[in-house]
Design a protein around this ligand. Structure first.
Ligand code: SF4
Length: 216
């Protein structure tokens, strides 16, 4: 079984890594960080199974250049074999592109824990960089790429080092908004309190949000 359980895929993503990217959010996470903005990705039974070849067909259908693919969640490393199958397929796909494409994965596990897990080795071997560590709301300090400053940006290849080796010098956290029918999606890493401030601002303007993913 190589299909990855996926919450959604989106392009373009401009706030989760270098350049213009394709984003894949996996479904399923049991880590349970307080303040998680993506509770809709927790239930492993939700979402849909997506094969690596389906992802490649989707990537090939996208307009414009792609600088990288970001895999977030949910917790990608709770499906280590499926993640490795996807990244292996993407590694082959990017070899035919006319520009460098990096593979960046976000995980709620700390780097030492990921690096020690034999079942994660195949997936990690395909990553250019990993942003590792649980989200700790009190440590959300607006640091680029990281939801909270306990998280570690680990570079694993020369391309990863070039693009993410000096994450501290990158611009700060940013959020992008996309509409999908009557669903408003916020992509990226909000600063602490941003989501509640946004909800309060919309409520004050007479716009009620029926369901939000950052409140349990
Ligand atoms: S922040 Fe990430 S690792 Fe933490 S509970 Fe949410 S989806 Fe899981």
């Amino acid at each position: 079984m190589t299909a990855l359980r996926v919450n959604r895929m989106h392009h373009p993503v401009t706030v989760l890594g270098h350049g213009v990217r394709a984003g894949i959010w996996v479904q399923g996470c049991t880590i349970g960080c307080a303040g998680c903005a993506s509770r809709d990705t927790w239930d492993a039974a939700a979402g849909e199974d997506v094969t690596p070849s389906t992802v490649v067909r989707w990537l090939n259908s996208l307009p414009g250049p792609i600088d990288g693919v970001t895999v977030s969640g949910g917790e990608p490393f709770q499906q280590p074999a499926q993640l490795a199958a996807l990244l292996t397929e993407l590694d082959g796909w990017r070899g035919d592109r006319d520009r460098p494409v990096d593979l960046l994965v976000f995980s709620g596990y700390s780097w030492p824990r990921l690096a020690a897990r034999p079942d994660c080795a195949d997936a990690l071997a395909r990553c250019d960089a990993v942003v590792a560590g649980p989200y700790v709301e009190r440590r959300n300090s607006g640091t680029a790429l990281r939801g909270s400053d306990n998280q570690e940006v680990v570079t694993l290849t020369a391309l990863g080092g070039e693009r993410y080796g000096d994450a501290g010098a990158m611009s700060t956290q940013a959020v992008q908004v996309s509409m999908d029918g009557d669903v408003v999606r916020l992509i990226g890493i909000p600063r602490r309190g941003d989501l509640d401030r946004m909800r309060a601002g919309l409520t004050a303007r007479g716009i009620a949000l029926e369901a939000v993913t950052w409140l349990g």
